[in-house]
Structures are given as C-alpha cells and as structure tokens.
Design a protein around this ligand. Structure first.
Ligand SMILES: Cc1cc2nc3c(=O)[nH]c(=O)nc-3n(C[C@H](O)[C@H](O)[C@H](O)COP(=O)(O)O)c2cc1C
Length: 230
C-alpha cells in the first residue's frame, strides 16, 4: 500500500471522522488546500492511469432539481471521476477517489460521493476519447460533520474463523465497514487464507466503485501486517 502524504494514524482518524455531508458553507477552498488535493489527484491519476479532475467554484452541477432532490446545497467544488473505459475503471476510481476523500477530511474538508444526483457540466472538465465520467465527489466545508451510517456487522461482510482471526484482518474489516458505499449497501464480502485476502463485490448499483473504496479502507486498517490481495 502507498499511503501517500498521510501517516497510517492520520488515515485511521480520517476513516473514523468521515461521513457524507450534503450541505456546505459558502466558504471557498483556500489555494494551499486545493494544491494539496491536486497533488493527491495527480498521484492517483499517475498510479491508476486515471483522469480525475478537481473542479473548483462551479455551482451548476449541483444547482439542478436533481441535486435539490438529493438534498445537496451550496456545492461548488467537486472531483470529476474520469478515466479510460474498461473493466477496472470503477474499482480504480473508487480506490484513488477515496484516497483524495481521506486527505480532504484530514485537511478539514467534508465530502460526499455522488453517482446520480448531479448534472454533467461538460465545460468544467475534459473527457478524452475512450474515457468516461463515472461519478463525482462533492467537496467543501460542511454545514455539519455528518453522522455515522448504520452498519452491517463483521460477520455479515466477512468469513470469520472463531477466535482465530488475526487482529490486522479484523481491523481491516472494521475500516471497510466505515467506508462510504452507494445507498449504504455494504455489498462486499471478505475471506482470508493465511495472509491472502480476497474481497468480492456483490451485485448492486456502483458496487465495483464501492469495492475500490472498501479495499483502500481495508488496507488502512490492516496496515500493521504485510498481506496480499488474492
Ligand atoms: C459510489 C457511491 C455513489 C453514491 N451516490 C450518491 C448519490 O448519488 N447521492 C447521495 O446523496 N449520496 C450518494 N452516495 C453516498 C452514500 O449514500 C453514503 O456514502 C452512504 O449512505 C454511507 O454514509 P456515509 O458516507 O456517511 O458513511 C454515494 C456513495 C458512493 C460510495
């Protein structure tokens, strides 16, 4: 795992503090904070072969009926999650998008993944040939810090061995249960043989994007141990 600019302890804090926030204050993102986000986005794009873009001071995507229906207000900054079409696109955008989300949280911002309730403002980003925009992440200073989502239990989402699972595996699953998932569906399932961990996406809307997010969270929780993805 490459934790980027944050330490594991900072990432674990951000995992606990992050909740989806849909109402924002009318307060712009300062240049140094935007710069830090841009660097994380650039790094994710380089590692993942993606084309994520930071869009600042653009209120139109969240001014439509759809956005109000989705209870969003005052959103004028977001990340456009764009990359080359292909089997792995959603999962990669999930993984690298969540890396930016946790940095944003650490820098005092709030966020919300948005798959549906936004308008596509095509003049605000570049979508290359053979690329697509899959979702966006709203960013800004929240009117609140959000609330903890209702969660499934460890045994709902993972194969457990009674009293025999190592701590790193359990911590990984606990971080995964704190991850944002579309409609809070938490449709993923972990299993483990020794140090080889597998996680599968269930069927559901955006479940491949959820999978990438959840993998990043698991890596943070399990960071004390060297394990491999099966
Ligand atoms: C891929 C994805 C798509 C999402 N799409 C929307 C959306 O269109 N509208 C919305 O209000 N929330 C959306 N969410 C936010 C989820 O509803 C939220 O993450 C979930 O309820 C868990 O709550 P939490 O993020 O506060 O932990 C999305 C989340 C993910 C991961």
């Amino acid at each position: 795992m490459n934790p980027g600019t944050m330490t594991i302890a900072q990432l674990k804090d951000a995992v606990k503090q992050r909740h989806s926030v849909r109402q924002y204050l009318d307060k712009p993102i300062p240049a140094d904070v935007a710069q830090a986000l841009q660097e994380e986005i650039d790094k994710g794009n380089a590692e993942g072969g993606l084309h994520m873009q930071l869009v600042l001071n653009e209120p139109k995507a969240f001014s439509s009926f759809l956005a109000h229906y989705g209870k969003f207000s005052n959103v004028s900054n977001y990340i456009a999650l764009i990359g080359p079409k292909g089997e792995l696109l959603d999962e990669k955008l999930g993984y690298y998008g969540e890396r930016v989300v946790l940095l944003a949280q650490h820098l005092g911002l709030n966020s919300c993944w948005v798959g549906l309730t936004y308008a596509k403002v095509k003049t605000s980003y570049v979508i290359g040939a053979d690329e697509k925009l899959v979702a966006v992440i709203a960013l800004g200073y929240g009117a609140t810090q959000g609330t903890q989502h209702r969660s499934k239990s460890m045994s709902d989402v993972a194969q457990l061995t009674e009293n025999a699972d190592p701590d790193w595996y359990k911590q990984g699953i606990q971080c995964a249960l704190l991850a944002p998932t579309a409609t809070n569906q938490q449709k993923f399932y972990f299993s483990r043989i020794g140090h080889r961990v597998s996680v599968k996406a269930g069927t559901g809307f955006f479940s491949k994007m959820d999978l990438g997010i959840v993998k990043y969270h698991f890596e943070i929780g399990a960071a004390d141990e060297e394990f491999q993805w099966a």
